[in-house]
Ligand binder design. Structure first.
Ligand SMILES: NC(=O)c1ccc[n+]([C@@H]2O[C@H](COP(=O)([O-])OP(=O)(O)OC[C@H]3O[C@@H](n4cnc5c(N)ncnc54)[C@H](OP(=O)(O)O)[C@@H]3O)[C@@H](O)[C@H]2O)c1
Length: 343
């Protein structure tokens, strides 16, 4: 067993999944809310869409609701949402030794820079979680519901060869070390831009993708991101069956052709919704400023137009704070939403 202890800070869906997989090989400690600590202490199963599985049960000594007084020589996986990164940094400031490696697992753009600035002496790495994890309460299963890998920045001072993380020998967590991490993050961001559309559409993702107006909105959001990525000189890696630039073209196909050619995109659970939709319904802050908001920021830096991402960011912020009789949705037709967002 590797001597370094892996600390999961913010063990929700991603943190509990990563921790439970890592716990098969390494020493793992969890800092999480009571609900998740209770689940991990009772024992959970891990499954993936391809049929791989494992079980995990944490002992009481592995579960915490607050961080320890000091963390040294540890691998710290930050798995809180982007919206909790500032409070996390405040909590960790002065408590983390220089020997620690910190891995930031947030979606979107902007959190890793904040962590690097807060811990300049530590080895801070960005990780992109390329798969979705869902919790099945009835069967106490954490399910890796989609394809995709855990992509981790190679970093300067350490590498896989240093042995702190050899790819766990399991299909439950395939690990990839991209050469250009920034380009990789923007390629993932392109796919995450649809989260906001789903949050406003207020219907399952599959149903959203079957509507040409919603697809046209997503395509417009992606076009703006692709222009920013080009201006930044990124060559986006291919994370889907087709190259990044083709995805908006596919989305703009008429229904009869889209359902034939892009059937793989529709290969998703009938009930699945984006985490942004869940955040809005729970009255929690969303990650919008790190997702579509990051495209707006990037466009501003390069003097590019960015109407669609600007408008959708504003709408999501509006819905997040409005709460009419507990219902947080716009209640607009897809066509009306398209004309509001595309301007
Ligand atoms: N879920 C997915 O399938 C998926 C896929 C790819 C990427 N991601 C990205 O991964 C990141 C994590 O997402 P997630 O879905 O795992 O979020 P999540 O389920 O909300 O997990 C984060 C957990 O951290 C907890 N937390 C926050 N501050 C804490 C603190 N000081 N001490 C202890 N616990 C704390 C949160 O509790 P409270 O809610 O009570 O604050 C929550 O339980 C996000 O950036 C997300 O976009 C998620």
């Amino acid at each position: 067993m590797n001597k370094r202890v892996h600390w999961i800070y913010g063990s929700g869906l991603i943190g509990s999944y990563l921790g439970a997989v890592l716990g098969q090989t390494y020493q793992v400690q969890f800092i999480g809310r009571d609900t998740w600590n209770q689940r991990l202490s009772a024992g959970i199963s891990l499954e993936d869409y391809s049929g791989a599985s494992a079980t995990f049960k944490a002992s009481a000594s592995q579960l915490h609701t607050t961080r320890p007084a000091r963390l040294d020589h540890a691998v710290i996986w930050l798995t809180v949402k982007c919206t909790a990164i500032e409070s996390t940094l405040l909590d960790l400031q002065g408590k983390v030794g220089h020997s620690c490696t910190i891995i930031c697992c947030q979606n979107g753009i902007g959190t890793v820079e904040k962590v690097k600035a807060a811990f300049p002496e530590c080895n801070v790495l960005h990780a992109v979680v390329g798969f979705n994890v869902v919790w099945d309460e009835a069967n106490t299963v954490l399910l890796r519901a989609t394809e995709g890998v855990l992509a981790i920045e190679i970093g300067q001072s350490e590498s896989t060869a240093a042995g702190w993380l050899t790819s766990p020998d399991t299909s439950l967590l395939p690990v990839h070390w991209p050469k250009d991490m920034q380009a990789y993050c923007w390629a993932k961001l392109q796919l995450n831009l649809a989260n906001a559309v789903n949050a406003l559409a207020d219907i399952p993702i599959k149903q959203m993708l079957l509507d040409k107006y919603f697809r046209q909105i997503i395509a417009a959001l992606m076009d703006e991101l692709l222009a920013v990525a080009t201006a930044k000189g990124f060559e986006l890696p291919q994370l889907t069956k087709v190259p990044a630039v083709w995805v908006p073209r596919l989305l703009r196909l008429p229904n009869w052709l889209f359902t034939r050619i892009a059937s793989k995109m529709l290969d998703i659970d009938e009930h699945a919704r984006s985490s942004m939709w869940w955040d809005i319904q729970a009255g929690k802050p969303t990650e919008i400023s790190y997702l579509n908001g990051a495209v707006v920021e990037g466009a501003k830096q390069h003097g590019l137009p960015c109407t669609a991402n600007k408008n959708i960011t504003r709408l999501v912020e509006k819905v997040s704070v409005d709460d009419t009789n507990g219902k947080r949705a716009l209640e607009m037709s897809p066509q009306a939403l398209k004309s509001v967002i595309l301007g």
